[in-house]
Design a protein around this ligand. Sequence first.
Ligand code: ADP
Ligand code: MG
Length: 633
Amino acid sequence: MNNEESYLKIFGIDLGTTNSVMAIVEVGQPVVVSNAEGFRTTPSVVAYTKNKDALVGQVAKRQSVLNPENTFSSIKRFMGAKYSELSLEAKEVSYKVTGDDRDNIKVVCSNLDRLFSPEEISSQILRKLTNDVSLYMGQQINQAVITVPAYFNDAQRQATRDAGRIAGLEVKRIINEPTAASLAYGLEKKDDEVVLIFDLGGGTFDVSILEVGDGVFEVLSTSGDTKLGGDDFDRKIVNFILKNFKEKENIDLTGDPQALQRLTEAAEKAKIELSNLSETTISLPFITAGSDGPKHIEETLSRVKFEKLSEDLINRCRLPVESAIKDAKIDRNAINELVLVGGSTRIPAVQNLVSTIVNKDANQSVNPDEVVAIGAAVQGGVLAGEVKNILLLDVTPLSLGVETVGSLMTIMIPRNTTIPVKKSEIFSTAQDNQNSVDVEVLQGERKLSKDNKKLGNFRLEGIESASRGVPQIEVTFEIDANGILSVTGKDKKTGKQQRISIQNPSNLNKEDVEQMIKEAEESALADQQKKDKIDLKNQADLLCYQTEKQLKELDIKDTNTVTKINSLIANLRESIQNDGFDNDSIKSMMQELQQTLQTLLKDENTTPNSENEKTNKENSDDDNVIDTNFTEE
Ligand code: ADP
Ligand code: MG
């Protein structure tokens, strides 16, 4: 084996709300890998057809108009969230979102008559990317680095990890998207620079300020909005058109999923065009029918109007930038580079806004669609030992702490602290003769503990009776390089201690995940079996055809054997008509047919016609074969 290639390959995945991108280090350099269809980005869309086939990526996106309820896009918005936490706006998708008895989110797939968790839908995207990268590399790759928005909490990160596991991936590391972007960006950089990464994608917004230099990336601060992205801009245009249509035709299209889907696609197209043009038209013939015949949408939209419609969205980009600058404790003039990431940063008004705040033009040398995946691949290369001289310092995205008297959150590790990190603090009892304390571990920025996320808890018992405030309980928070938090409580007097490791704050419990992995593997197996069956059916069919052809071409005296062959053919043909046929019995029938034919040919002292080779090839695309490939179109 070539030494150069003997590294264990770990590829990078930018698992985006709208689009996903994959990259891998090849001969020391990160490269974006095209999917099987030949595109560098893959729409993060999964669909199930009436025939119960799963479609992923471009094929899924393309049929979304006809099958909106079974087409799952923007699933990332639901990852690791609870149903009761969802805003009305978040539920504005073409498919049905519901909650189960544990308040976990499920999406409804009517074509399969079942529910899916967001993790399962995501796993379909990851599975496709994994298959495609393996195809490209000519070897099975099953280790990956996956990126997530900086503001993802532990449940969301864990959900992403679970999606990877369901897809059969070993997720080596979850890293922040802006960190990945800076990692890709900083590769060629040598001097110390302060970089502001502004990432506005389809569904999320992240701002990060980093210090980059000498192969070290240090995140100074992060901020953002998990519910702001290009989808919101699309929705502004959609609502504008809906309103105009209602006024003009007195027809409300909001209840018509097909019309809405078409409108959403047209709105996105118009938005993209307005990044380069000052005016565009949205034209949707036959959008619906009124009592007086078909209705059409024909609207002109100017960039100025679009900017008016989306003014509040543009303004919402301002605050996170300001707070990131404040958290980094730097002057805005100290920012050396402005890096734009994500498709929505191509909107001129967005570029203007950020350039004005930072007082700097954006650096254009980074491809905004690919930079995150490139960074993830670099991190993969670092973990595999293929890329050297890079030390990545990551930070905690949210503050971590414990609940103290009055149900308040006391912060142990503030957000934006570089990890790995270890911090201890002494607490005491709140009442006289209190023999135990409950340590409740929290994550978030809110003052009251109930407003933050509970990550876990434990009870430290056996504290010797004493007046309140006397016992000394040392609480230690430790986060390792993988971002896994462990919390220890120790009674200084007795030395008794309790420890919890918080690494599975996932919505899905272990059994759920294992069940989903099993199902995914089974369905992969079932797909393979289906394919094997179709292949076998084709082979059998071809054999029957060729044998008949050969019989016809030969002048045969042994009519007994011919009769036998014909009956074997008839049997075989009939057997493969039944979809539930047994592979082995088909194989043995084929073998018998072949052997009988061979005997006949030997007896007749004839050699097989050389024409047959050709016939064989010509027939390799008969009806059945085309049928097999149809789903891959
Ligand atoms: P994500 O990281 O969320 O998957 P991307 O970075 O792929 O998102 O960005 C997708 C978003 O960018 C979509 O909302 C898309 O409409 C938008 N977008 C892509 N190109 C342009 C453009 N030229 N002008 C405006 N928006 C664009
Ligand atoms: Mg992105």
